[in-house]
Design a protein around this ligand. Structure first.
Ligand code: SF4
Ligand code: SF4
Length: 394
């Protein structure tokens, strides 16, 4: 977005305040500048040169969790989250505080295999400390190997279709077993599955830090790689990745991965639901946690619930919906807000009396697992695999 177009978008705001209704950061701190309306006002004043960047102004813009809860509420169609990304890109130039975080993020996303190997070596010293500080769940360990190992093609006889998996960093390096669960389901459903080599981080950690040029390079690489594949869908277990590659890339580089789909909607559409209901083994009572980028960003609310009900799982709705406080790097930078949001969600889950929490995002899974002492937290794909393939011991 060029500066003129940017200012024009900021000026579309009529200051009605509707965007504050579900804003988690405003909910935590009822200061105008902690909600979308206030943040957009600050950015407009910045663009009109009536405000200068200060640490406080930067803090207000970088404390947005980018959950997107405000996005669909604006009657003037202000592209709120895009405006915040753009504002961060402008402010980042002089933000010393985030330089360190930016360099760290760049190292991790640009050399992920090296970062993984270093983390593997250090985890026995580092992870107990990080867990004590509340950054990761207690007892969390890295897997023995990442999910991806060059190009992988999983074949079936007489395939009904061909799909690709966009792995994303969290599945690749933290939860590879979830990627295997998805592959097992797809193979059983008769799909040939390709996991291409060369995929890079979707770029969102860089974008949230205002590193727009670097994020664009990631977008271009991914579009090039997935654009070559002849597949009917590109599936990801991470809603942030789907939101990025499908909806944000066109705004960043003019082209996205249009075949990208969230797994719940794809599987609900393609799996034999009758067969699922017949072989469901373990009826359970769960609460489902809506990942922000899935519900607000991609508009997917009913499909995961329908899938769970179809496999015989009893879903109890919690009273208070909301962000778990993860927000990628947000949980590192704004620990108090992140932790308060997490505690609210854990309380809300506990009040239902359900024994298990299910979500559809590896980031939410990591965050909820930090505070959910007595209830296991699963990704929906794990329950689906158990029901559909009967192979995963939960
Ligand atoms: S994206 Fe989320 S945290 Fe940011 S202003 Fe909108 S509702 Fe608030
Ligand atoms: S809902 Fe839209 S128009 Fe209303 S204050 Fe928020 S950004 Fe401005």
């Amino acid at each position: 977005m060029k500066n003129e177009a940017y200012l024009k978008d900021l000026e579309k705001c009529v200051r009605c305040g509707s965007c504050k209704a579900y804003c988690p950061t405003y909910d935590e701190n009822e200061t105008e500048a902690m909600g979308a309306r206030g943040r957009l006002t600050l950015l407009r004043e910045l663009m009109l040169h009536r405000l200068k960047p200060t640490p406080l102004l930067n803090d207000r813009i970088f404390s947005c969790i980018l959950c997107g809860a405000c996005a669909g509420l604006c009657p003037s169609n202000v592209d709120i989250t895009e405006d915040i990304y753009k504002g961060r890109c402008i402010l980042r130039q002089n933000d010393k505080k985030r330089r360190y975080l930016g360099n760290l993020a760049k190292f991790f996303v640009q050399r992920p295999d090296l970062a993984f190997r270093i983390s593997q070596v250090l985890q026995y010293i580092l992870f107990p400390y990080l867990s004590k500080k509340g950054f990761i769940p207690a007892g969390f360990n890295l897997p023995a190997a990442p999910f991806k190992d060059g190009q992988q093609v999983y074949k079936v006889s007489k395939p009904r279709g061909r799909v690709a998996i966009f792995t994303g960093c969290s599945i690749n390096f933290l939860y590879p077993h979830l990627g295997m669960s998805l592959i097992n389901i797809l193979l059983k459903a008769g799909y040939e599955v390709v996991v291409p080599s060369g995929e890079v981080c979707c770029g969102m950690p860089l974008r949230t830090l205002g590193m727009e040029d670097e994020a664009r390079e990631h977008a271009k690489k991914n579009v090039r790689i997935f654009g070559k594949l002849k597949v009917e869908a590109v599936l990801s277990l991470c809603p942030t990745c789907v939101l990025a590659i499908k909806n944000q890339y066109p705004k960043m580089i003019g082209k996205g991965i249009s075949a990208a789909k969230d797994v719940s909607s794809f599987l609900l559409d393609k799996l034999d639901l009758h067969q699922l209901s017949l072989i469901a083994k373990r009826p359970a009572t769960v609460t489902y946690h809506d990942p922000c980028h899935l519900i607000y960003g991609l508009g997917i609310k009913n499909q995961p619930r329908e899938l769970l009900k179809t496999i015989g799982v009893n879903v109890i709705e919690k009273k208070q919906e909301g962000c778990c406080g993860f927000g990628g790097l947000f949980s590192l930078s704004y620990r108090d807000i992140s932790n308060n949001l997490l505690q609210k969600q854990i309380k809300s889950h506990s009040e239902t009396g359900a024994g298990t929490i299910v979500t559809a995002c590896p980031g939410c899974m990591m965050q909820l697992s930090k505070a959910s002492k007595d209830k296991p937290v699963f990704h929906i794909i794990e329950l689906l695999e158990e029901a559909y393939c009967g192979s995963n011991e939960l």
